[in-house]
Design a protein around this ligand. Structure first.
Ligand SMILES: [Ca+2]
Ligand SMILES: [Ca+2]
Ligand SMILES: [Ca+2]
Length: 409
């Protein structure tokens, strides 16, 4: 019942603005819209065999007799919030913030699964926690905590494996292997608009062993392990600088593509990061603004000066956004203050196979030229919570941008 009420409270403010695409007929755009509405439903309940098959060669599964019980895991946030009425959102939020502010080596304590030491090497197994992605990582120091290196384990949190912080096994099995207890669960219903996904436990007595040789492999030495480059970033694990723009993959905010500079990249950067004056319109839902080309860079700089600076801590550096797009110009735009991985629809299909938990994605269409109208384009952004359709006209001075469709969940 609570679930249903939360759903009603939070997500029934669903607004659909007028969606008139007069001023542009574009067959390709219409086709795209049709294909998107079909691709929304992709979740299939996970089969038992699938959940039981280890996804990586460097990971092995053993069933044990005396296993830790996941219901005995002590969660300080749950403990502190258990007596609160379910609608005291502020109090819950405050408690969560307080608990997350307690950190060990930059990692909030609630996210740490287990820490272990062997022969002077410290390992911290933890999870990232964001609505963008939720993955199991490993942080390792070989010099008593002076310097740390970070490694993606390849495991997506709560996708088959629920690692147990109360595991009775020491994290280090030997100098080459880590071990941790887990429950294996299969997802029967994925999360829809903030409602938690549903699971069925398949095995509650699992001991996972991870081979460190594979996990620690960083072939090009750019600070991102091969597993993260191939599975999350889609960068080249054998090149420190995938796009060859002089900025290494770890520091590059758009590591896959160099920035071509043209009127289209300015248009898209203006839409994503600009803050232009909105023209007053008869229809209050209709938004229109103009992106001048001659002064583009200065304008954008000025507009962004007023924005508060974003905090960038260690955890935030792991939360990069994924945008799915097949637009050549958009893929190469200079992202500002955030790491964005641009995936083509093809790459995203691959990503989705081993990442069905991380299903929050933003889809940006190509900038389609309208079939008959001169210098007129149509473009669309589609995420699980918002949708925007832009009708765009090019003038000698710049881009006139009209938001002709807007919905929010
Ligand atoms: Ca690397
Ligand atoms: Ca690389
Ligand atoms: Ca680069």
């Amino acid at each position: 019942m609570k679930k249903i009420i939360t759903l009603l409270l939070l997500f029934l403010f669903y607004v659909l603005f007028s969606q008139q695409t007069d001023g542009c007929k574009c067959v390709q755009f219409e086709k795209l819209k049709d294909s998107l509405s079909h691709s929304q439903i992709f979740f299939q309940p996970v089969k038992k065999e699938e959940a039981l098959t280890p996804p990586f060669k460097y990971m092995s599964v053993k069933y044990i007799k005396e296993n830790a019980q996941s219901e005995n895991i002590i969660d300080p946030i749950k403990q502190r919030t258990k007596d609160l009425p379910y609608d005291s959102f502020d109090a819950r939020y405050t408690i969560m913030q307080e608990e997350f502010a307690k950190k060990v080596n930059d990692i909030p304590i609630p996210l740490i699964i287990k820490t272990g030491q062997l022969n002077g090497t410290t390992a911290i197994l933890y999870t990232t926690d964001s609505f963008l992605s939720n993955d199991y990582y490993l942080r390792i120091s070989k010099d008593n905590g002076k310097t740390w290196k970070n490694y993606f384990t390849g495991l997506v949190a709560n996708q088959h494996y629920f690692l147990k912080s109360n595991s009775r096994y020491p994290l280090w099995k030997d100098s080459n292997h880590l071990q941790i207890e887990a429950d294996i669960k299969r997802m029967t219903q994925h999360s829809v608009y903030g409602v938690s996904p549903e699971y069925v436990t398949v095995k509650d007595n699992v001991l996972l062993t991870l081979d460190l040789t594979e996990i620690l492999k960083d072939s090009d030495g750019d600070g991102i392990n091969d597993i993260e480059e191939t599975r999350k970033l889609f960068t080249n694990p054998y090149s420190k600088d995938t796009d060859g723009d002089g900025i290494g993959d770890a520091e590059d905010n758009n590591p896959k593509y160099k920035t071509p500079e043209n009127d289209f990249t300015k248009l898209l950067q203006g839409i994503m990061y600009g803050n232009y004056d909105i023209a007053v319109h008869q229809n209050p839902f209709h938004e229109e603004f103009f992106i001048p080309l001659a002064t583009f860079k200065d304008d954008l700089k000025k507009q962004r000066e007023d924005l508060p600076e974003r905090k960038k801590d260690f955890m935030a550096s792991l939360n990069y956004k994924i945008i799915v797009t097949d637009d050549e110009n958009l893929k190469g735009i200079e992202t500002i203050d955030e790491k964005i991985i641009f995936l083509t629809s093809k790459e995203y299909a691959e990503y989705r196979k081993f990442n069905y938990m991380n299903n929050f994605k933003a889809y940006y269409s190509k900038v389609f030229r309208c079939d008959k109208e001169k210098d007129t384009y149509i473009f669309m952004i589609d995420t699980p919570t918002t949708g925007l359709t832009y009708l765009i006209k090019k003038t000698p001075e710049g881009w006139n941008v009209n938001i002709i469709g807007h919905w929010m969940a």
